[in-house]
Design a protein. Sequence first.
Length: 285
Amino acid sequence: MITLDDFHAYLNVDDVNHVMRTTCQEAIATPESMHLFMQRFVRYSSAYSHSVPLLCGTIGMSKHFQDHTVAIPSHADRSMDVAAQVFSASIEEFRDPRTGVSHRTLAYALLDRLAEYAGLSATSVQQIVHAGDWLTEMMMFVQQCYQAESHNLEQIIRAMGFHAAAETIGGNEFSIIDSVLFSSQREGSFGQFIKNRKVHFQEGVVSPWYWIVIHGTATTNGVELGHADDAIQALNLAAQYSSVSEAQIIRWAGQGVRQLATIQTQFFQRVQQELRAAAGLPIAV
């Protein structure tokens, strides 16, 4: 049975957590830096949310996943069962059950409040967004890592490995963001601002920090934990229903896991450089 432990050689979780935490610590220097950090994080995260369903479609079209125990071979296709374990990560991305809106809309509501807290005008926010054009290449890389040809099993498994790593690290990144940006400032002006500036949607009223909380906090597990478990289960189903060994599945998926570790580290390092440049601090090369 495939578990997360099988990918330790491809992903050093402690190293990735460290770069995420140090970047968040830079972000709490000023209200402006918190807004800048979150602008970049929301945009970067969006590359994942719309790429997962595309991978699910590719898996669903594949003929590589067959249950050879059935009596009628033409009834053996199990590709949608594999895809379903990946797709679980997308369901609430499109509609949060408490508010009735997408996670992206929740993220924008948080950005609105952070801009308000920093005293930024709409024009200033747009300038900050446009200054983040460097993100385009990273987002394209993420999208490419989710892409595969339906006839190419190695590409599919690699993309599934990337997804599994993204969900695993995703829970960590949100809990770190919550711990550093909110929990450490809970009793200060920022914490009070967040508590007092609710955001209103047709189906519910929530804290602007709600988008972070539902993904994971310093003390609670969010949706990412279940998604990570499902992503690993998808790899186990792939091993069960394909013609290759479990060891081969791990090697192919490991390629995607390593890609996630690389792009995640690069993103947070680049944001840290931008934060330091904005603060007039020296930038490590």
